[in-house]
Design a protein around this ligand. Structure first.
Ligand code: GLN
Length: 476
């Protein structure tokens, strides 16, 4: 066993009684103490001993993003607004992990209310990328990704609304999936864009990701958008062989976009060659409405933000301004002090696109194009088995670079937001490194409910390439 052992390695060591769950907890607690000061990935660790539940993840420690409720623990969503908020109940995804024997040992840093792509919009300071401390690990699940990459936990939960699991996975040499909308329960997950929010898992390997996702699967009666289906066993789908007739569709924009960094393009082209060697046929696919993805996401996510964050006015949740003289002032001051600049920007835009004079021009139109985008993706999956693109068009951001230029950060999700808008799954896997040693990710998109296919394609790619075995220097 070492700091970069996989969940599967640890499972074996526990089963063979080479180590106990309590020792494993102590091991990671010690690593967090040692390495977190340079990373700022973990906001709080918990002293409780593991519970000894028997299950698929028995005795495995994990970390949870700060917007997923852990009963009795602070759940702040990276915001000053909820700094002192203690969750009165447990999110279903956490319950399922605990019932499967996993042991949550802390909560991780994130962009405030999951709004951001670099982790720098956290009220608790930026998280650093273990591969290069002068860079961001990607966001908004910044702390979860940095922690797993640095071996501070074998796996972590993140959330994704439009790239927030896959982007940091790509920037930290990890695996991350956005599942079909409704696959993972949102009960107890602090809402941002309810029509696309999903929980996603961050791991070093595809098999680990499939294992943890297996424990999260199955309908949750507490979430009305949860898909009515029985729990899955994703492990059974990992054959390592591409299915017969497998065709990968390269999204045409990859060829045409000038915004893709040469190092990323080089890795993407190499990944496609690798798939060809595994027997894949290649096609180029034009999703005409893809270019509207960022604009659609901008409108829909802001509209839902304005509505979801309406509740933080000091009367029910979170911190209340103490210096107010009347009710209106309490609302104003609570929101003024509680929210950071990015969250405020989004609430303003959200109220604007929903206002009586602009709703038809923006929000309603966005919903129409959303339907168009869905139809185009569905058509594409009649021609190809999966679609492929780089996960991020750029290498990990230099710290402070996007704070001044949020538009650059929004554009980094060019390939990540369209499938979230239509609720279809995608998985990001390590695709190698830039010449300076920075991780690059490639992602595969499938139709609704194609998680088994995606896990298997990612697994075949991972086994043939082996990039996941590399770990960042300085965290031994
Ligand atoms: N980066 C995107 C944003 O800023 C996505 C965030 C997310 O998926 N939570 O909104």
């Amino acid at each position: 066993m070492n700091a970069f052992s996989t969940v599967h390695d640890l499972k074996r060591a526990l089963e063979q009684k080479k180590i106990s769950a309590a020792e494993l907890h102590a091991f990671y607690a010690e690593r967090i103490k040692k390495y977190n000061p340079q990373l700022n990935a973990v906001l709080e660790t918990f002293p409780e001993e593991p519970k000894n539940n028997a299950g698929l993840l028995s005795g495995i420690p994990c970390l949870i993003k700060d917007n997923i409720c852990q009963e009795g623990k602070t759940t702040s969503a990276g915001s000053n607004m909820l700094k002192n908020y203690k969750a009165p109940y447990q999110a279903t995804v956490v319950n399922r992990l605990v019932n499967a024997g996993a042991h949550p040992i802390g909560r991780t840093n994130m962009d405030e209310f999951a709004m951001g792509g670099s982790g720098e919009f956290s009220a608790y300071g930026a998280t650093k990328n273990p591969w290069d401390l002068s860079r961001s690990p990607g966001g908004s699940s910044s702390g979860s990704a940095a922690a797993v990459a640095a071996g501070l936990a074998p796996f972590a939960l993140g959330t994704e609304t439009g790239g927030s699991v896959r982007l940091p996975a790509a920037h930290c040499n990890l695996v991350g999936m956005y599942p079909t909308y409704g696959m993972h329960s949102r009960f107890g997950v602090i809402a941002f864009t309810s029509s696309t929010d999903q929980v996603g898992v961050l791991t070093r390997t595809v098999a680990d990701n499939a294992l943890v996702a297996t424990t999260l699967s199955g309908q949750d009666p507490h979430d009305a958008t949860s898909i009515p289906m029985a729990p899955k066993n994703y492990m059974a789908s990992l054959t390592g062989k591409l299915p017969a007739g497998f065709t990968v569709g390269i999204i045409k924009d990859v060829h045409e976009s000038e915004g893709i960094a040469p190092e990323v393009r080089e890795r993407f082209d190499a990944s496609i060659k690798q798939l060809e060697q595994l027997g894949a046929k290649i096609k180029v696919i034009d999703i005409a409405s893809l270019r509207y993805g960022i604009a659609l996401y901008f409108i829909i996510s802001r509209a839902e933000t304005a509505s979801n964050l309406y509740r933080y006015d000091g009367s029910l949740y979170g911190n209340r301004a103490k210096d107010a003289h009347n009710l209106a002032e309490m609302y104003l001051k609570t929101r003024e002090h509680g929210f950071g600049s990015e969250v405020k920007r989004r609430i303003l835009v959200g109220n604007y696109v929903l206002s009586a004079g602009h709703k038809d021009a923006y929000y309603n139109k966005a919903q129409l194009i959303r339907a168009q985008l869905r139809a185009e993706f569905e058509k594409a999956f009649h021609e190809v088995t999966v679609l492929a693109s780089p996960t991020s068009p750029t290498l990990p951001f230099k710290l402070n670079s996007v704070l001044e230029d949020p538009i650059a950060m929004y554009l980094a999700d060019y390939f990540n937001v369209p499938n979230c808008i239509i609720g279809t799954p995608a998985i990001s896997v390590p695709a190698g490194f830039s010449p300076e040693g920075l991780p690059v990710g490639v992602q595969f998109f499938g139709p609704r409910l194609s998680e088994e296919l995606l896990f298997n394609v990612a697994y075949a790619f991972e086994q043939a390439t082996g990039y996941h075995t590399k770990t960042p220097a300085g965290f031994e």
